[in-house]
Design a protein around this ligand. Structure first.
Ligand SMILES: [Fe+2]
Length: 188
């Protein structure tokens, strides 16, 4: 964890969700995402990649904090706004880029969000988004189930669906294969 966010412990993150007004259902979901994200991050670390497992655990508890304001598409940026006001900028980024496998600037504009790219960049941001894609409420689902659900919502050939699949393949690869380099190529 970086210096600015090392003090935030699991219990602080859960308390922050409660204090912000998140429902117990959101908290249950967030804890399930965190459990899976931590497991994935540990596998990736074991394979020799540089990943901040503790940050992944806490960031995934906080990823949906914006749901205390709205359950719509804006919950990502609402969450980021709350966390930035607390100077938790690195966590704020995770909120912003966790929708599916992130949104391009063009998609953001078409959804009425502030015009910028919301694509996950760091390995930690990618793991949280991916774990969230594999949790429905507080249960693990297959990537096929998630892709099927997205096809129904967005239409078969929506580019966001391919992006979710690509992120899944990227993370699965890191979980299965050892890092051949000193630092892996993490740009999936
Ligand atoms: Fe979310």
């Amino acid at each position: 964890m970086q210096e600015s966010d090392h003090y935030l412990k699991r219990r602080d993150a859960i308390a922050l969700l409660r204090d912000s007004g998140c429902s117990e259902s959101v908290i249950e979901h967030s804890l399930a995402v965190s459990k899976l994200a931590k497991k994935i991050a540990n596998k990736i670390k074991k394979n020799g990649y540089d990943i901040d497992v503790e940050f992944v655990e806490i960031a995934s508890i906080l990823h949906d904090i914006g749901r205390c304001k709205t359950h719509g598409i804006r919950h990502g940026i609402e969450g980021a706004r709350i966390l930035r006001s607390l100077k938790l900028d690195r966590f704020a980024r995770v909120c912003e880029v966790h929708i599916g496998a992130g949104l391009t600037k063009e998609e953001a504009i078409s959804l009425g969000l502030p015009a910028k790219s919301y694509l996950p960049r760091t390995i930690e941001e990618k793991v949280v988004a991916h774990a969230d894609n594999l949790i429905s409420h507080n249960k693990i689902v297959s990537i096929q189930e998630t892709l099927g659900k997205l096809e129904k919502e967005l239409g078969k050939n929506h580019p966001a669906i391919k992006r979710v699949e690509k992120l899944n393949n990227f993370i699965e690869n890191l979980c299965k294969n050892k890092n051949k380099k000193e630092r892996g190529d993490l740009n999936g």
